[in-house]
Design a protein around this ligand. Structure first.
Ligand code: TRP
Ligand code: SF4
Length: 327
């Protein structure tokens, strides 16, 4: 059976290199009629409900980022979650059958409560985040969801909810979706920690070539290399991580020159920035072009959302029928 793919990102900010290497590159492998890529703006609202206008702008920016990074709206369906109201309706139905205890023991929920300090997240909506995510997946009867490791608990919960629905109402109505994990492990940020907006250590798709270069020059390196003569350990250095990706054929040379202190960190960074820019500059240029035509971007998302809605509305009708609601 062909794989039905669904995945999404929350438009809480513009995308960075970690999003592209960690997620979009993986998504691109599944482009086709049966692939749905969503901008999860309802999910953004669960944590950004106080910021009012920001989600709208970010959503448009994320579509531009998707396109600039090479997702093709002619091949797959790119849509905005809030334009397909079926997501909210199915989430409501699923919320009726999801025990609160399942949601409270979700490790991602607990982590986020700790991480997103300063926000009042003890809300109904935030607790129900995985229920909404399950609705996203089940509406399209997706059997494969390309995501990062951090999403595994949500997907597991989604399978439990699907099983419970099938058990209560209608055998085989929903399929259990599998995660397709990205091969690229966690992309390091400028400070060596995982690249993440909340750490302020990102290289963004909207960064100019000069900004990319400047950020690379600020990157941390192997702390053992205090002096130029100190021998290095490339495997702990984020600069080397990017050499491995963007300067693949020279990675052995870079590593051995680092280990023997033949190369200095400044020249090493300059060289890496050059290779990195061959990847980021075309994205940046395409992004700038797309930004000039916001109406075209909006139309494209409206079109994609209509396509998504035709499938979502069928599934919702089936679900309503199964639970016995409506006329
Ligand atoms: N929770 C996901 C994230 O934070 C985003 C998301 C929302 C999603 N709905 C989804 C991912 C459905 C996969 C499938 O990255
Ligand atoms: Fe990192 Fe390059 Fe310096 Fe080695 S030489 S520590 S790989 S920046």
């Amino acid at each position: 059976m062909a794989k039905r793919i669904l995945s999404g990102m929350r438009p809480t900010s513009r995308l960075h290199l970690g999003n592209v290497l960690g997620a979009l590159e993986n998504w691109k492998k599944f482009e086709g009629d049966d692939a749905f890529f969503m901008i999860a703006d309802w999910h953004a609202l669960t944590t950004e409900y106080e910021s009012k206008t920001k989600i709208k702008q970010n959503a448009l920016d994320v579509v531009i980022d998707y396109l600039a990074a090479g997702l093709d709206p002619k091949k797959s369906t790119i849509f905005l979650q809030s334009l397909v109201s079926e997501h909210a309706e199915l989430a409501l139905i699923l919320s009726m059958i999801t025990p609160i205890a399942w949601l409270e023991r979700n490790p991602t929920y607990k982590d986020q409560l700790n991480e997103q300090k300063g926000k009042e997240l003890a809300t109904h909506g935030f607790l129900g985040y995985p229920v909404l995510q399950t609705a996203d997946i089940l509406l399209y009867k997706a059997n494969a969801v390309p995501v990062g490791e951090d999403q595994l608990p949500h997907l597991e919960l989604g399978r439990e909810i699907a099983r419970r629905f099938n058990f209560l109402y209608k055998k085989q109505m929903f399929v259990e979706a599998e995660a397709i994990l990205t091969r690229t492990p966690k992309v390091p940020g400028l400070d060596g920690r995982k690249m993440s907006k909340s750490y302020g250590n990102t290289i963004d798709l909207a960064d100019s070539p000069e900004a990319v270069e400047k950020k690379v020059m600020q990157m941390v390196t192997d702390p053992a290399r205090k002096k130029r003569e100190d021998k290095g350990h490339p495997e702990v250095c984020p600069v080397y991580y990017f050499h491995k990706i963007f300067n693949e054929s020279n990675q052995e040379t870079v590593a051995s020159e680092c280990r023997s202190a033949k190369r200095g960190c400044v020249e090493c960074k300059k060289e890496m920035a050059g290779y990195l820019k061959t990847f980021t500059v075309p994205i940046y240029e395409k992004r700038k072009q797309l930004e000039l035509e916001p109406q075209k971007i909006k139309d494209l998302v409206i079109e994609g959302s209509k396509k998504a809605k035709t499938i979502a509305s069928q599934t919702l009708a089936e679900a309503k029928d199964a639970v016995g609601i409506g006329i």
